[in-house]
Design a binder for this molecule. Structure first.
Ligand SMILES: *Cc1c(COP(=O)(O)O)cnc(C)c1O
Length: 351
């Protein structure tokens, strides 16, 4: 080995879902929204003054931060934005997870959590979900350096009632508790109202799923002013211009169109419930997903086989070859037409 190699920060990177180049596939593998961004976003993009790209963007991201704050009835000083919630979460790790004690998260969860911990050398401990893939709240009572979990959880789609979320927060007043709400707009109750009561709570959301803008890369954190100040200090020490001009303008438009957002979320929930019924009839079982995907297991056909057969047919879903979940498929909710095609294919394949 060359000597310099001993000084390399060696990491095992996160593996994102496949983004195939063909256009004619049914893409149900990365939980993207099947509907386009709000009409105002399209207009704003069309009207954008490209002359502005000459300049650096606003480092405070005021336009976007104000729109988010207004939407949730918060002060702008309670909102932090980043390049997707992945960027926001990485900043949270850097800022708040600096204890000697391990941070805690579930064994089956967003697979970026252990990657950031390894990369930033944050000690961690995983807490197994129960046999129904539910978080056992008592597991999070012990001494730790911070707690992070998605609600609903990913890739299971299982939602934890707000009273249990609050219970975990209230048992961890000495550390930061991060609730990653990437999927909260598809039916669950947000922990956001608790940020006034608990100064150790950070709620993270994203434009990637419920706001149809995964390609724009916008995520945000909400918490009390002091937490947000600490986050900004770290951000400015790392990269002060995280959000590009286009993201600031288009994100603001997306956040302002509440009616379009509510309508698309409603449609996805409706399609999800229809898909659940159809999958059940075909011999699949799954927990009660409150997200824009279903995490399902078939009674006789192995998940890996189904994953490959679907892919051959041009239907992409996600398969994780990991302990406890290697017989499950994570199927994102597409349009009604896309889900019909999925169900028709499965009917033929499974019979
Ligand atoms: C999709 C997802 C994210 C990241 O979303 P961004 O596109 O980076 O905003 C974060 N957490 C969970 C649980 C997710 O599923």
């Amino acid at each position: 080995m060359e000597n310099w190699e001993s000084y390399v920060r060696k990491v095992v990177p996160y593996v994102p879902g496949e983004q195939p180049r063909q256009e004619n596939i049914i893409k149900l593998n990365t939980n993207e929204n099947p509907y386009p961004p709000a009409p105002g976003v399209v207009r704003a993009l069309h009207d954008m003054n490209t002359g502005k790209l000459r300049k650096y963007p606003d480092p405070t991201c005021k336009l976007l931060v104000d729109a988010i704050a207004e939407n949730y009835g918060l002060k702008s000083s309670q909102v932090f934005v980043g390049v997707g919630s992945d960027d926001v979460l990485a900043m949270i790790y850097l800022t708040f997870f600096n204890s000697e004690k391990p941070i805690l998260f579930p064994d089956i969860t967003y697979s970026f959590y252990d990657v950031w911990a390894d990369m930033l050398r944050v000690p961690y401990e995983v807490k197994p979900l129960d046999n129904h893939f539910k978080i056992i709240k008592e597991d999070y009572y012990g001494p730790n350096g911070g707690v992070i979990f998605p609600n609903p959880n990913a890739p299971t789609g299982i939602y934890m009632e707000l009273s249990k979320v609050e219970d975990i927060i209230s048992h961890n007043r000495d550390v930061i508790v991060v609730v990653d709400e990437a999927y909260i707009d598809f039916g669950g109750a947000s922990a956001l109202p608790l940020i006034d009561k608990y100064d150790n709570l950070i709620v993270v959301q994203t434009f990637s799923k419920s706001r149809s803008m995964a390609g724009m890369r916008i995520g945000y954190a909400m918490g009390n002013e002091k937490l947000i100040r600490y986050l900004n200090d770290v951000k400015y020490s790392f990269n002060s211009y995280t959000m590009n001009e286009t993201a600031l303008v288009l994100g603001t438009e997306a956040m302002r169109d509440k009616a379009y957002f509510e309508e698309t979320c409603r449609k996805i929930i409706h399609t999800r419930e229809w898909t659940k019924e159809e999958l059940r009839k075909l011999g699949f079982s799954f927990g009660d997903s409150m997200s824009n995907f279903i995490f399902a297991e078939h009674e006789s056909v192995p998940a890996k086989e189904l994953f490959e057969a679907l892919k051959k047919a041009g239907i992409y879903v996600r398969y994780f070859n990991k302990p406890r979940i290697d017989n499950f498929l994570r199927i994102s909710i597409g349009t009604d037409e896309e889900m019909c095609e999925l169900v028709e294919f499965l009917k033929e394949y499974i019979k």
